[in-house]
Ligand binder design. Structure first.
Ligand code: NAD
Length: 368
């Protein structure tokens, strides 16, 4: 029998993305699966029901009809309790889950006998690259962060020589040059800003240079700042102070600061102190992409904009959802590739010894 995949509408009012877009449905149906999509699931990302139908999906009225009989449920945000109540024992759930900060969700999924794969736990290996929602969504966030900053800035980004005088280019500093940071560098450069960046990982230096940005405080790069998985290590207190001294002076002269520094499973490192913000010129803008994890700036308030001495500190939440069309397209590609990895000969084959599945599994319904 065909594997039945359910795609519900996201229930979080702030979530505009959808886990599978019509092209994803087409690929899954071509592979022999049945895809049931809740009516309106893609509406906020501009994927109309008619497109899903055309791609071969069955439209369902209401969440219950999607969950009922589904072998797999694919969604964006971690399930809320009413959604968990819909899940049948033995269902495979694929979604973001932030399991480290939501143990109650993991407990409820375990009690419900659900096998849950958390999308943020995809291993950072070449084989899993096309399943990696952290990368795809960070790409969107890095791009959007620059637009948020440009929109809040009282000046233009590019240098201009006009009959009405010359305009100096905006100076942009990107803190943390991972996936989001590199995308922010590329976007700010395209808009004509002068861009500099910093990261604790030595490998980031070359990547920053290849995008035409300068690398700040190279002497503060930590030779063992990177884990085997390519992530940054948490820095010692001493190292943090050295970094603060190095970037502190640089920040004072910036029009835009985009901070993206994260340590997986830990609060975001505090890199921009209140004192550093006080040294910035009025009109400058900080966009703190780490706001969700507490923020890289001491003054960040997640989900809010704080103004101090004319400097705006913006802490946007769920930035990928602000560009739901392309964010969903990429998210869907990641989910469909993962599903294709999990479906063998028209049947679900969830192998807990597989390197990718094992890393992503937060509950195993088969052992419950
Ligand atoms: P992330 O979101 O965890 O962190 C963002 C950046 O902040 C990272 O570059 C990190 O080094 C940096 N950072 C952390 N603490 C810092 C500090 N105190 N000061 C300055 N910078 C700090 O990272 P990410 O964007 O998810 O990428 C992490 C790594 O994984 C990168 O090396 C990336 O190239 C790699 N990656 C590999 C794959 C793959 O092979 N499948 C996929 C995606 C990313």
């Amino acid at each position: 029998m065909a594997v039945r995949i359910g795609v519900p509408r996201e229930t979080d009012a702030r979530e505009q993305r959808v886990a599978v877009v019509p092209d994803g449905v087409r690929a899954l149906v071509r592979g022999g699966a049945t895809v049931v999509v809740e009516r309106g699931a893609g509406a906020r990302a501009y994927y109309a029901d008619a497109l899903y139908e055309k791609a071969g999906a069955t439209l369902a009225d209401g969440a219950a009809a999607v969950y009922d009989g589904a072998d797999v449920v694919a969604k964006v945000q971690r399930p809320a309790p009413p959604e968990i109540a819909h899940l049948r024992r033995g269902t495979l759930l694929i979604s973001l889950m932030a399991p480290a900060s939501n143990p109650e969700t993991v407990r409820a999924l375990l009690d419900a006998g659900v096998t849950a794969l958390a999308l943020e736990l995809v291993p950072r290996i070449t084989r899993a690259q096309s399943m990696d929602v952290l990368s795809s969504q960070s790409t969107v966030a890095g791009y959007k962060a620059v637009l948020i900053a440009a929109d809040a800035l009282p000046r233009l980004l590019p240098m201009m020589t006009t009959a009405a005088g010359s305009l100096a280019p905006a100076k942009t500093f990107v803190l943390g040059a991972g996936v989001a940071g590199l995308q922010a560098i590329a976007t700010a450069r395209r808009l004509g800003a002068i861009v500099s960046a910093f990261d604790v990982r030595a490998a980031a230096r070359e990547q920053v240079a290849s995008l035409g940005a300068s690398f700040v405080a190279a002497e503060s790069v930590n030779p063992d700042g990177e884990t085997a998985g390519g992530y940054a290590r948490e820095q010692s207190h001493e190292q943090q102070q050295r970094i603060a001294a190095a970037i502190g002076g640089h920040i004072a002269d910036m029009d835009i600061v985009i901070s993206t520094a994260q340590i997986p499973g830990r609060p975001a490192p505090r890199l921009i102190s209140a004192e550093m913000v006080y040294t910035m010129r009025p009109g400058s803008v900080i966009v703190d992409l780490a706001a969700e994890a507490g923020g890289n700036c001491e003054l960040t308030r997640p989900g809010e904009t704080v103004e101090v001495g004319g400097v705006r500190v913006i802490g946007p939440l769920n930035v990928p959802s602000m560009l739901p069309y392309h964010a969903s397209q990429m998210f869907s590609k990641n989910v469909v590739t993962l599903l294709q990895h999990l479906i063998k000969d028209n049947a679900l084959a969830v192998d807990m010894t597989d390197e990718i599945t094992k890393a992503m599994a937060v509950t195993n319904g088969a052992s419950a």
